[in-house]
Design a protein around this ligand. Sequence first.
Ligand SMILES: [Zn+2]
Length: 261
Amino acid sequence: MPVTSSALAFINFICKKAFKTHTHNLGKVKLMLRECKDHGYFRESICPLCGEEGRFLMDTDELESIGRTMAGTLRHFPEKFELNMDPQGFVDLKEFIGALQRKKRRLRWLRPHHIIAIIETDPKGRYEYREGRIRATYGHSIDVDLDLPTSGIPDALYYPTTQEEVDIVLETGLKPSDRKKVHLSKTYQDATNAGKVRTPTPVILEIDTKKAQASGITIQKAGKTVYIVESIPAEFISKAPEPEIQTVEESEVLPENEGKD
Ligand SMILES: [Zn+2]
């Protein structure tokens, strides 16, 4: 039987649809989670080290959805999934997956390595995997006793506040509000990014961590750019000087007459 034109049209339609789906995914590749057999997990369309496509683990929507559940459960409401959380904030990974799958049946495919991949590739280092257990390393609104690193703390850390609150913070110090700990940022820019969630023009405060630690205050490294502390007295807080913008070198290498008009 000859191939009819309608059959051809159908094949054409399927091909276009496949292409469309493919290009659609390309727009979101940044968050797609894959695994290279040689270089581990990555959130791109190809392995950043060897360029291989590797093994597909989950798409953007799945990554975002599971990520939201992880953050909520591990930081705020482990009881929602009837999970036992130990004093350091850890829950059993297999129990977590089981609980998740009981509520969300479409996640039947989820296995421990999917969660470990999310943790290992998290751009902010928000989670920790240790011997079959997982936890959030900061952002908690529940009481946890985090045994996080206390060495190698930078001499200065930063905290974003608002125009309205800056004077009271400089007067009374930093105490936790909606979270259990005060969250400090590694750089002026990190603090600015964090502060912009609350106000378009955050005021950045600088913490003298050397003096604070010398007075007995424990500061812990909780994420790639996040440090946590119980509280910081006012004596260690000042308004941060705005960082210098480094453009001098660039203008120096320009020939004399090629500067801006
Ligand atoms: Zn690779």
